[in-house]
Design a protein around this ligand. Sequence first.
Ligand code: SAM
Length: 270
Amino acid sequence: MNPNQALWEKGDFTRIADTMRESGEALVRSIGVTRGSKVLDLGCGDGTTAIPSARLGADVLGVDIARNLVEAGNRRAEELRLPNCRFQEGDACNLNGLKDRTFDLTVSIFGAMFAPKPFDVAKEMVRVTKPGGRIVMGNWIPNDPTLVAQILKISSAYTPPPPEGFVSPMTWGVESHVIERFGAAGIAKEKVGFARDTFTFNHPKPPSELVETFRKFYGPTMNAFEAAEKNGKSAELAKELDTLFNSHNKSGRKDATTIPATFLRVTVAC
Ligand SMILES: C[S@@+](CC[C@H](N)C(=O)[O-])C[C@H]1O[C@@H](n2cnc3c(N)ncnc32)[C@H](O)[C@@H]1O
């Protein structure tokens, strides 16, 4: 199986996405999704941003490489009676089956950044977006001191080095790389805008329980624990993550978790 697909099907990202609902809704409200517009959500998971976009009346297609998340998204859309929101399997590196110039807005929040061929991803996003339309990406930032960049940094210290030629997903959080990738897809650098934004993880339990959720259900953390276990270092990894989550908790309580994380918001005018 494609290792990129295996990574995301390994766990159950819906358990993490449950903590991201409010920020997903806020983000969608802030990017001007309009009734009747055609929206592609790439690397959509179970619909953190696809579902709120559909609630605003857009005609939404969610595409994700993980079959379990596509199924979960379709279940949510059905339960919420949103016939204008559907989910299907697909790879951000090659959106075959999607026609050129189809979408008014292509959104990818912490999604397409995980696909292994970033230049192909940029080309595909530009190809399926209508001229005059927009692409909005949310990308974690390498070495950022906030939660997700730190989880990925800590985890990578316990996992074997990636295969040669592997491009870190975090490079999507570096402006010069983003400009280069969209430039190769025919977009002038003046048409690419950047802003720092915040996504908040909310969990009705203590931070240590959120660490456990990541350990059991978040593919990259699961892999880190598997590798750490082999080296007898899983307790060390657990301790590092526990300290990280507890020190970033802004809920003001010990029995609840609210952790903000900074990301790079990229807006491309096509
Ligand atoms: C961190 S999750 C974010 C999911 C969702 N956007 C959200 O905010 O809840 C990353 C998502 O990207 C998807 N993904 C990873 N590589 C992909 C690829 N090559 N093509 C499409 N989706 C991909 C994963 O399956 C997963 O759902």
